[in-house]
Design a protein around this ligand. Structure first.
Ligand SMILES: [Zn+2]
Length: 106
């Protein structure tokens, strides 16, 4: 395990801000910089980070903030499952074609 350098920390902070639209917590910055230093790509988002990323992605696309976040009150127009992604009106598996996205896991 390689320790992150100052350069890794700077790069990690910039990437985190770009993805989540806010400064990383010290723990998140440490995790990201360590991943960068070791060439690890998996960020293992917390549910809060996932929500931040989805809201930023929706804003970037000119959609309402919750358009990409799981909506547990809706039913998929194709298969009737919940939750759905409001932007598509479909559940995760029907939107992405990936069974792993069931239960709002996107
Ligand atoms: Zn569906």
């Amino acid at each position: 395990m390689t320790e992150p350098t100052e350069e890794h920390l700077k790069k990690a902070e910039a990437e985190y801000r770009n993805l989540y639209g806010r400064a990383p917590t010290p723990e998140a910055l440490r995790k990201w910089a360590t991943n960068l230093a070791n060439g690890v790509v998996d960020t293992l988002e917390t549910p809060e980070e996932s929500g931040l990323r989805l809201r930023k992605a929706a804003r970037d696309q000119g959609l309402p903030e919750d358009a990409l976040s799981p909506d547990w009150t809706g039913e998929c127009m194709l298969c009737g499952s919940s939750p759905i992604m409001p932007a598509t009106g479909m559940c995760g598996p029907c939107t992405f074609g990936e069974a792993d996205t069931i239960n709002g896991n996107w």
